[in-house]
Structures are given as C-alpha cells and as structure tokens.
Design a protein around this ligand. Structure first.
Ligand SMILES: O=C(O)CCC(=O)C(=O)O
Ligand SMILES: [Fe+2]
Length: 256
C-alpha cells in the first residue's frame, strides 16, 4: 500500500515532535537515489577515516543532483510537508543537505542531545526562547534509502525543558573505544535504551521522518548495517536567514 496522508499526522508532529511518512518515496526514486550515492562511503572515509558517519553537503562531492531534485519536488512529499508545516516550508537546499552513513569498523553512537540549545551561541537568546517550542520553526528530516534503525527520539521532549532523569541518561557512560565489537554493540544499545520514554524510529527504505531537532535524540550505528539516509530540512526563508545569522555568530565567537 502506498503512502496516504492522514490529518492525525499534523497532531502527531505537533505533540510528539516527529512523524514518519511511511513508504512515501516510489521504488524508482529510491533506485535513482541509491545509484547517485553509490560512492559516498568511499568519499566520507577518504576524508574522515573509517569511522566517518556523515557526508555534508552533497554539493561538495561528485553526486548526481537530479534524483535529489526529484525527491525535493515529489508531489506527495511537498503536499505532506505543506500540511504538517506550511506551503512555505521547502526542501531543495542542497548546499546544506547531508547523508548519514554507517561507520566501517566499530559500533558507535552519538550522545543523547538536543541539536540547538540557548548555549549554542544562538544569534539572539530571547528570540531563540520564543522560537524553540514553536512546532513550525525548526525542523529536520531523515529519509533512509536502506532500512534504518539508528535514530531514537523522545516524543514530546521538544516542548519542554530537560528532566533530571534525561540529563542522567545523557551523561551515562559510553563503552571505551578499545572494547570488542560486541561489547560496544551491546553498551551503545543499552545507552540508547537508558533514556526514559525513548522510541527507536524503525524505518524502511523510502520512509521519511520529519522531526523537531531540539527534542532529545541519538544516532546509534552498526558497521554491518548499511546506511545511506538523506539528512535534510524544509526551511522557510526566515529559518534560512536564522541559520545564516547563527553561522555568523558562531564564526564571530570562534574568532574572538
Ligand atoms: O544519525 C542520526 O540519525 C542522528 C544524528 C544526529 O543527531 C546528529 O548528528 O546530530
Ligand atoms: Fe542531532
């Protein structure tokens, strides 16, 4: 059965902070995107070593952009995004689009985090406080081209401040780098599971997760699980401007 938009998805996104559009990409587009990204692990590992798990932006590499253009303009996707967000939220900013990849050698996970906090050198803290809980301001996208169980998310957490148990779970210890593959695999999983109320976004090829990047989330990666997941967003012109201002503030802080 193909994807069908449901009005409850608007409610899910606003309350939980994420929604998954299941099988929204047609097989032909998945094939084109897989073909365009055949060499991306090679590019990432040449640049950042065997544990690289991201390539960004796609415009910096020899990657055919036509399938990405087709993805950004896919009518079902444009329609679903315009209903959950607004018609002014648009994909297609490929100079910011990335690809999330599996590392080559060792299981690895990020720490539990919210992407942007007041302390992240945001351009204007008062403005950030006003926007942070607005479901229509920040957004992020994970669109897997292969089955992807890496991302975990805490539903509803973007709408509120941290809870003490969440901070404790985020600060729990991660396995040492030199532990065996299986110990790292088990400990990273236990670390991910240690976050109260966390759900694993079990996704199949051609699913599309739209989520609020300031809700608690994590990526947990296994080398034996192939991953090429489009990492994207659908900004309004105002959000694009915000990111430009944020980039400038961070550059200024770095220089000073
Ligand atoms: O790999 C993922 O799905 C999440 C990655 C992530 O949260 C990050 O890099 O900030
Ligand atoms: Fe993140």
């Amino acid at each position: 059965m193909g994807f069908k938009f449901c009005d409850s998805m608007i409610h899910d996104y606003r309350t939980q902070g994420y929604v998954v559009f299941r099988q929204i990409l047609p097989p032909s587009l998945i094939r084109d995107l897989r073909q365009a990204t055949m060499k991306v692990h090679e590019y990432a590992r040449a640049e950042r070593g065997p544990q690289a798990q991201r390539l960004q932006p796609i415009t910096n590499y020899e990657i055919e952009l036509k399938p990405f253009q087709d993805y950004a303009e896919l009518p079902e996707l444009v329609d679903a995004i315009s209903k959950v967000l607004t018609p002014r939220h648009k994909m297609g900013h490929f100079n910011r689009t990335g690809l999330l990849l599996e590392p080559a050698e060792q299981p690895w996970c990020t720490v539990w985090h919210r992407d942007i906090r007041e302390t992240s050198n945001v351009p204007d803290v008062e403005e950030f406080r006003r926007k942070a809980y607005d479901p229509l301001w920040f957004n992020q996208i994970n669109c897997p081209l292969y089955e992807d169980n890496c991302t975990w998310y805490v539903p509803g957490s973007y709408l509120r401040d941290d809870l003490p148990d969440e901070l404790a779970a985020a600060e729990a210890s991660l396995p040492p780098e030199n532990a065996s593959y299986e110990v790292r695999e088990r400990k990273c999983l236990e670390y991910a599971q240690g976050m109260p109320q966390a759900v694993q976004l079990s996704m199949d090829a051609g699913d599309f997760a739209l989520y609020h990047p300031n809700g608690w989330h994590i990526g947990n990666y296994l080398p034996d699980r192939k991953r090429v997941t489009i990492h994207d967003f659908a900004p309004t012109p105002e959000l694009l401007d915000w990111y430009t201002r944020w980039q400038k503030t961070r550059a200024d802080v770095k220089r000073s």
